[in-house]
Design a binder for this molecule. Structure first.
Ligand SMILES: CC(C)(COP(=O)(O)OP(=O)(O)OC[C@H]1O[C@@H](n2cnc3c(N)ncnc32)[C@H](O)[C@@H]1OP(=O)(O)O)[C@@H](O)C(=O)NCCC(=O)NCCS
Length: 189
C-alpha cells in the first residue's frame, strides 16, 4: 500500500521525498543519534549520506518493496523534516520491523511517542496486522521508553552490533489486541 500522510496533534507524517535529503543530512549527521543505531549506518556520516539513503529507499519503494517511510514535520513550521520513521510490515521481524530517529533539539517533548501512536494505528487499523517486532540497543533508554509507552511487550535480547559499542539489542513485540485495548482504555479515561 502507498504510504499515506498521517496527522497528529503537533506533527505531519508525510511520505519521504528526495527534497527531504538536505534536512535529513543536517539533523541526522549527529553522533548523539547515530551512536544508538545499528553499525550498518555509515559513520562518519558521508556528505552525501542522506541523499544516497533517500534515493535508495525511494528506488526500493518504486520497485515494489513494502516500505512505509515517513518524515516528521512540525505543524505550523517551515515544512522541514525533523525526523524519520520507517516501517516494513512484511519484513521477517528478526531485527525489527520499524526504526525511528528525531533531531536532537526536539527530544523529550513526547513527539516520537505521538508519531508512533499514529504509526501503530496505521499498522493495526489500516493494514490490519496482527503483530510486528521492534528493537533497540539495550542501553537506549529513550527508545525503550517510547516502546513502553506505545504498547510494546519485551520479548528478549538479540545480538546486534551498534555504533556506541553495545552488542545487545532488546526485542519487543507490538500486538494488535494489546494496542486496541490500550487505545480503548485511553479514550475512556
Ligand atoms: C529515541 C527518540 C526518537 C525519542 O524521541 P522523543 O520524542 O524524545 O521521545 P519521547 O519524548 O516521546 O519519549 C522519550 C521518553 O524517554 C525518556 N528518556 C529520555 N532519555 C532518557 C534517559 N537517558 N533515561 C531514561 N529515560 C529517558 C523521556 O523522559 C521520555 O519518557 P517519559 O515520557 O516517560 O518521561 C530520540 O531520543 C532519538 O532520536 N534518539 C536517537 C536515535 C535513536 O535512538 N533511535 C531509536 C533507535 S532504536
Amino acid at each position: 500500500m502507498q504510504t499515506p500522510q498521517l496527522d497528529t496533534e503537533r506533527l505531519i507524517l508525510r511520505p519521504l521525498a528526495l527534497s527531504d535529503a538536505p534536512a535529513i543530512q543536517r539533523h541526522f549527521d549527529n553522533w548523539n543519534i547515530i551512536r544508538h543505531l545499528a553499525a550498518v549506518v555509515p559513520w562518519p556520516y558521508p556528505a552525501d549520506g542522506a541523499e544516497t539513503f533517500v534515493r535508495s529507499e525511494l528506488s526500493k519503494i518504486s520497485a515494489g518493496e513494502e516500505i512505509n517511510h515517513w518524515v516528521l514535520v512540525p505543524r505550523g513550521g517551515d515544512g522541514e523534516a525533523i525526523g524519520n520513521i520507517h516501517f516494513r510490515p512484511g519484513a521477517d521481524g528478526a531485527k525489527g520491523n520499524r526504526g525511528f530517529w528525531l533531531a536532537e533539539p526536539y527530544w523529550g517533548r513526547g513527539l516520537m511517542t505521538e508519531a508512533i501512536t499514529a504509526v501503530n494505528d496505521f499498522a493495526f487499523l489500516t493494514l490490519g496486522l496482527d503483530h510486528f517486532y521492534v528493537c533497540n540497543a539495550a542501553t537506549n533508554e529513550a527508545s525503550r521508553r517510547v516502546k513502553q509507552k506505545t504498547g510494546a511487550e519485551f520479548v528478549g535480547f538479540i545480538e546486534l552490533p551498534h555504533h556506541g559499542g553495545q552488542s545487545k539489542s532488546e526485542r519487543w513485540i507490538v500486538r494488535r489486541e494489546t494496542w486496541l485495548r490500550s487505545r480503548g482504555a485511553q479514550s475512556q479515561a
